[in-house]
Design a protein around this ligand. Structure first.
Ligand code: PDD
Length: 284
């Protein structure tokens, strides 16, 4: 059985309980981060911690996280659960006001903080080797997708729609332009140029996105940060997605149309290699 973290205590997972009045449960009033573990070490920790604080600030949580404390908890959970490859999920909610009310609780209401590990192969996966089949669906999420909140019902519905249609995942569309994937950032490659939507409130500012674009620049690849259409994606030489747990994963089909050769492309492959190399060196 896993050991999880809840509000200062390390507990067996079946003993970690949260109130039915918790704002995370009643209002999806919570933010989260997913940090990947490779060789028992944390990938991209600083980026995740900084984004977590930003998410809290954007939602007026008035809660300051303590980097050292969080690093300690992450490491302790990796050690207690013997994680070599996998993820650490962290969630902070606006806590338990003791009743249901749309108004925020008093500022001194303690937040709820939960962390748990997920053991999962992240290096050398079948997706990396074979690529993903994607469908496109309208992006019906709210307007602050730059905040990493736990209101994930629409991405979950989109994922199920993809599965029902024999695909793996969905790309989300706004005015004919791709915003991002259900749980990843989206890229196409055309004539050697990497194209991905620019940062705004429309998409999550991926920690992997930033690192992968740094790698692209190191490799002297050309990067264009701008929205791209679905039509452009259909005609691309290559497509891929990035996320903490997937690094870069190739996209080989969109809406039943083969992308490029139908095999994982060389640009995504090279970026994945360098991303892993650089981030393994910097892992904590
Ligand atoms: N998802 N866009 C969305 C909507 C996401 O949910 C995620 C991450 C990303 C990629 O961000 P990053 O590179 O920082 O992981 C982009 C996580 C992994 C999840 O929900 O499990």
């Amino acid at each position: 059985m896993r050991t999880v973290y809840l509000n200062g205590a390390y507990l067996p997972e079946n003993e970690a309980n949260i109130s039915i009045f918790d704002r995370g449960f009643l209002f999806a009033d919570g933010v989260y981060e997913v940090t990947t573990v490779v060789d028992g070490k944390l990938i991209g920790f600083e980026g995740h911690i900084q984004r977590l604080q930003r998410s809290l600030d954007e939602l007026s949580f008035g809660h300051k996280i303590d980097r050292e404390e969080l690093l300690g908890i992450h490491r302790e959970l990796v050690s207690l659960n013997g994680i070599d490859q996998g993820m650490i999920y962290l969630q902070i909610t606006r806590g338990n006001p003791g009743d249901r009310d749309f108004a925020f609780p008093p500022a001194d209401t303690p937040v709820t903080m939960v962390l748990f590990t997920q053991e999962k192969q992240v290096v050398g996966t079948s997706v990396e080797a074979n690529g993903l089949k994607i469908i496109s669906v309208e992006d019906l999420r709210w307007g602050r997708r730059d905040i990493k909140t736990v209101q994930l019902l629409y991405p979950s519905l989109a994922k199920m729609e993809a599965k029902a249609r024999g695909a793996d995942d969905a790309w989300l569309l706004q005015d004919g332009f791709v915003t991002e994937g259900t749980s990843n950032n989206a890229y196409i490659v055309n004539g050697g140029k990497i194209i991905t939507r620019d940062l705004s409130k429309d998409i999550l500012h991926g920690i992997t996105r930033k690192s992968v674009l740094d790698c692209a620049r190191l490799l002297q690849m050309e990067v264009e940060e701008r929205p791209f259409t679905l039509k452009e994606a259909y005609g691309a030489d290559e497509a891929f997605v990035t996320s903490a747990s997937g690094f870069t994963n190739p996209v080989v089909e969109i809406d039943g149309k083969t992308i490029g050769t139908g095999k994982p492309g060389p640009v995504g492959d090279k970026l994945r290699q360098l991303y892993l190399e650089e981030n393994r060196k910097a892992a904590l």
